[in-house]
Design a protein around this ligand. Structure first.
Ligand SMILES: [Cu+2]
Length: 310
């Protein structure tokens, strides 16, 4: 079926051609095999019917009618044009299909993002009120696996003793957390010397390889590799770097204590329930603008959350 409408550049004016000739042309068109499927508009009724029942993808045969406004239409001429006409229902279907596709892609992207989040290590199961939680993590110069094997990263040991590539921890509220950080990376001078101070820990101190201190001079030989910082809790712990001349650096995580490392220990109290972001404040994202991209802004590497629950 063909869609019919009025006027086209190829239509003919009645004064230029005698009526008889037009009738002959019309008859000729109706006999032409190429138009065997077309629907010829003979009067305004046909025209209305075609207009209210447009077809899909097809060429359009254009009839010119005169006198439509007066209610006395006359066939004037015929011409052919090309075009794509979609029925309204089909247009709605296409729009709906595109919307469904866009929605599906959004959901898929969101789910992919959620799935990409590292797991949360649960330190609350079996925890008895009043008892401390012991947590061990490590920092590495290059994770050695996954989508970003060259990135610096933290890893977490589960209560069962397994290393997991994550920075998400679920902790009981109002509980002492005894943290051990095995620091396997080298260091450098801090851009802001203030974060060389230990703050927010119990006693305001930490131990580095068994020695108690509250300050790392990052202009010393080792510098600071990373920090463990929870801004909303005022916690900042600078992590002493390893000597760059060490021969036994860890190449890929999880590192073992046979590689060069520093042992940093401190404790802090968890607050009430809530989500508390933590991160490293040393711009250690090598290859990114000012070192603040990549692992510095990716959960599981240099930042994470304390999920504190009651
Ligand atoms: Cu870092």
């Amino acid at each position: 079926m063909f869609f019919a409408t009025s006027s086209s550049g190829s239509s003919l004016h009645p004064q230029e051609r005698p009526g008889r000739r037009r009738e002959e042309e019309r008859a000729q068109l109706e006999r032409t095999p190429a138009f065997v499927d077309l629907e010829v508009v003979r009067d305004v009724g046909d025209l209305k019917r075609c207009l209210t029942n447009p077809g899909g993808l097809r060429n359009v045969l254009v009839f010119e009618m005169s006198g439509l406004a007066t209610g006395h239409p006359q066939f004037v001429g015929v011409g052919e044009t090309e075009g794509v006409q979609l029925a309204r229902s089909r247009r709605i279907a296409v729009v709906l299909a595109l919307l469904v596709l866009a929605l599906g892609m959004s959901v898929f992207t969101s789910m992919a993002f959620l799935r990409s989040n590292p797991p949360t290590v649960d330190f609350t199961s079996g925890h008895k009120a009043g008892e401390p939680v012991n947590m061990t993590v490590q920092t590495v110069g290059s994770i050695g696996f996954g989508p970003h094997p060259t990135w610096v990263s933290y890893l977490t040991m589960t209560p069962g003793g397994k290393w997991v590539h994550t920075t998400l921890w679920q902790l009981p509220a109002h509980t002492r957390v005894n943290v051990t950080i095995l620091q396997y990376d080298t260091g450098s001078p801090l851009r802001n010397q203030f974060i060389g101070h230990v703050t927010g820990t119990i006693g305001g101190t930490m131990t580095v390889n068994g020695r108690t201190t509250s300050l790392i001079n990052s202009y010393g030989a080792n510098g600071v590799g990373h920090t463990f910082t929870v801004p909303s809790l005022g916690i900042d712990v600078p992590l002493l770097g390893n000597l760059a001349s060490a021969k036994n650096f860890c190449g890929a995580a999880p590192c073992t204590t046979s590689s060069a490392h520093n042992v940093v220990k401190f404790s802090f109290m968890t607050p009430g329930p809530g989500e508390y972001p933590w991160q490293c404040f040393v711009p250690c994202g090598l290859g990114y603008l000012y070192g603040n991209g990549g692992p510095m802004q990716t959960i599981g590497y240099m930042d994470g959350f304390l999920d504190v629950v009651s």
